[in-house]
Design a binder for this molecule. Structure first.
Ligand code: ADP
Length: 257
């Protein structure tokens, strides 16, 4: 359906583009492993909070594999729009390059559409959302009618570690896997262990932009974290340890009744 100006309607555009991203970003499994149904019902919605560089994407990937539920990374959804040069991507790009948050008017419809895809029915992992108090409230409203168990997990990492975690981060443009030249280097320098693609540094992982992102986290996201804490819903995990240990702590939280 085209509008009078010849452009795709915003609704249809979002639907089509988000469905394509969902297909590209979701790790699909041919069938569920034995006992996975039980795992799924236990996982439900997992909201992963934590500062930039805390390892949210690594933990989402592990949770996706463990519980067979999709990981929704708002950063990846936005980067995909930027890469494809969509109208939304063009608008989001300048905010992302500056290390600023993308406005809710762009962010929320993309997320809402992704969450309504069939693969999210039994649960999903949220990586990078909510990032503000307003987003935490929007999410509460969206999840209200889903009746899925929800865990809000904070990956706690000391601020002084984050800078090195971010400047050392390298990502695989093909599979999105993250490495760190200081703490978690690939087997062969500059190359992804899984698919041999050349690793790249994200354009917002530059020193000046990193400072801005950490600042934004303190000002905007910490209030959202305090909001969950004040409701007694925040589950803290020590993010300053090897990824497999972090994963084990998260799993223990999800397994608790
Ligand atoms: P990091 O957590 O390392 O900052 P992300 O990939 O989660 O990286 O996000 C990259 C950028 O995408 C952010 O700096 C911001 O500009 C934008 N972004 C991601 N998630 C959101 C969100 N929930 N609200 C607004 N902007 C977002």
């Amino acid at each position: 359906m085209k509008t009078e100006s010849g452009k795709l309607s915003r609704r249809r555009f979002l639907k089509e583009s988000t469905a394509a991203v969902a297909a590209a970003l979701t790790i699909r499994r041919p069938g569920l492993a034995r006992g996975a149904e039980k795992e799924l019902s236990r996982a439900g919605v997992v909201v992963l909070l934590g500062p930039p560089g805390a390892g949210k994407s690594e933990q989402s990937r592990r949770l996706t594999e463990r519980y067979s539920i999709p990981a929704i990374s708002t950063g990846d959804l936005l980067r995909d729009h930027v890469r494809r040069g969509t109208p939304l991507g063009l608008q989001a790009d300048s905010y992302m390059r500056a290390g600023k948050l993308v406005p809710d008017s762009l962010m929320n419809p993309i997320l809402e559409d992704r969450m309504s895809q069939p693969d999210c029915e039994r649960g999903f992992i949220l990586d990078g959302y909510p990032r503000t108090l307003a987003q935490a409230e929007s999410l509460g409203a969206l999840l209200k009618n889903k009746s899925l168990p929800t865990h809000v997990i904070l990956l706690d990492v000391p601020t002084e570690r984050l800078f090195k975690l971010l400047t050392g981060r390298r990502v695989c443009p093909r599979c999105n896997r993250s490495y760190n030249i200081y703490f978690q280097p690939p087997k062969k320098e500059g190359v992804c262990d899984v698919d041999n693609a050349s690793l790249v540094q994200r354009s917002d992982d530059k020193e000046e932009v990193i400072r801005r992102r950490l600042d934004t986290y303190q000002k905007e996201t910490v209030p959202a974290i305090e909001y969950y804490a004040s409701q007694g819903r925040l589950e803290r995990v020590n993010g300053d340890q090897p990824p497999e240990k972090v994963a084990a702590e998260i799993e223990a939280k999800l397994a608790a009744p």
